[in-house]
Ligand binder design. Structure first.
Ligand SMILES: [Zn+2]
Length: 285
């Protein structure tokens, strides 16, 4: 079951976007680039309309919430910001209000639609080195599904990165410096799954708690991506709006409703101006 929430795209939404558009674009050559309004979070480089045509999309990868289109001479980075969506549409489809950038591929085009303009389209030339050196990617934690975060290695990372940190574990996770992709909804759900109180100081996490938390993060994100899998066809449909999906939540947005494990009412607190939901009985400090 999918639940639509009016929140910004998080890692599962970006990963499903990648899965949705990659089969249509990989191996294709850009015929034109149209920058309709390049005033996004950072200005869209104007010379893309000259430098990209003729280049092939070799692969579409993802790092954190950045989509990385591997081109002949570098990487095109796309971030969906708060409200961005990407669609593959026939080139003949008229542009819509809030369409910001299009990549044309002959008869079809990839369109970035972004009402609030917090998204980004950036360029990293191969001449500046591998994509990992790109400033916005350098501080990101490991990928939750990478070999580095598999099994007990993930627990090791959470344990080591949290030592001496007095910040609440919820905010520690949300910051993404240990592992990327655990957005606000997924933080609440992962901590519930691991039985950890969201206000517990990160530095006080025990090694077994880190082990449970790493496993919970992988499980929750995997479920969200699987839930979004049913929306893949929406990426080639101008009416489709996959928005935000999540498998049915156990605590998130369930304040006062009975815990699905112990029946106690779910609590809500605010941490760093974001809502956290948890069960006072199932989650211990
Ligand atoms: Zn409970």
């Amino acid at each position: 079951m999918r639940i639509y929430n009016p929140f910004m795209p998080e890692l599962p939404e970006v990963e499903v976007t990648r899965l949705g558009i990659a089969p249509h674009l990989e191996g294709r050559k850009v015929s034109a680039v149209k920058i309709i309004d390049g005033r996004l979070r950072w200005p869209v480089p104007a010379n893309l309309s000259k430098s990209l045509p003729g280049q092939t999309v070799h692969a579409i990868e993802r790092r954190g919430k950045y989509l990385l289109l591997q081109m002949d001479t570098g990487y095109l980075l796309i971030h969906l910001g708060m409200t961005g969506t990407l669609r593959v549409l026939p080139s003949s489809d008229p542009l819509k209000i809030h369409d910001r950038v299009t990549l044309e591929f002959g008869k079809f085009s990839l369109r970035l639609h972004d009402p609030r303009k917090f998204g980004a389209v950036l360029w990293h030339p191969k001449s500046k080195g591998p994509i990992e050196v790109f400033a916005l990617l350098q501080k990101l934690g490991v990928e939750p599904f990478s070999p580095e975060f598999a099994g007990e290695l993930g627990a090791d990372i959470l344990y080591q990165k949290s030592r001496k940190r007095s910040v609440a574990v919820k905010q520690f996770l949300l910051a993404g410096q240990a592992v990327v992709g655990v957005g606000n909804i997924y933080c609440s759900e992962s901590l519930f799954e691991a039985g950890i109180h969201p206000a517990k100081a990160a530095g006080k996490l025990t090694r077994p708690q880190c082990s449970r938390l790493a496993e919970a993060v992988r499980l929750i994100l995997k479920k969200a991506i699987a839930a979004g899998g049913s929306s893949l066809k929406d990426f080639v449909n101008s009416d489709g709006d996959p928005g935000h999906f999540m498998v049915q939540t156990k605590v998130y947005d369930r304040k006062g409703l009975p815990c699905k494990v112990c029946k106690s009412p779910i609590s809500q607190i605010v941490q760093g101006q974001r809502s956290t939901y948890f069960c006072t009985q199932c989650q211990k400090r």
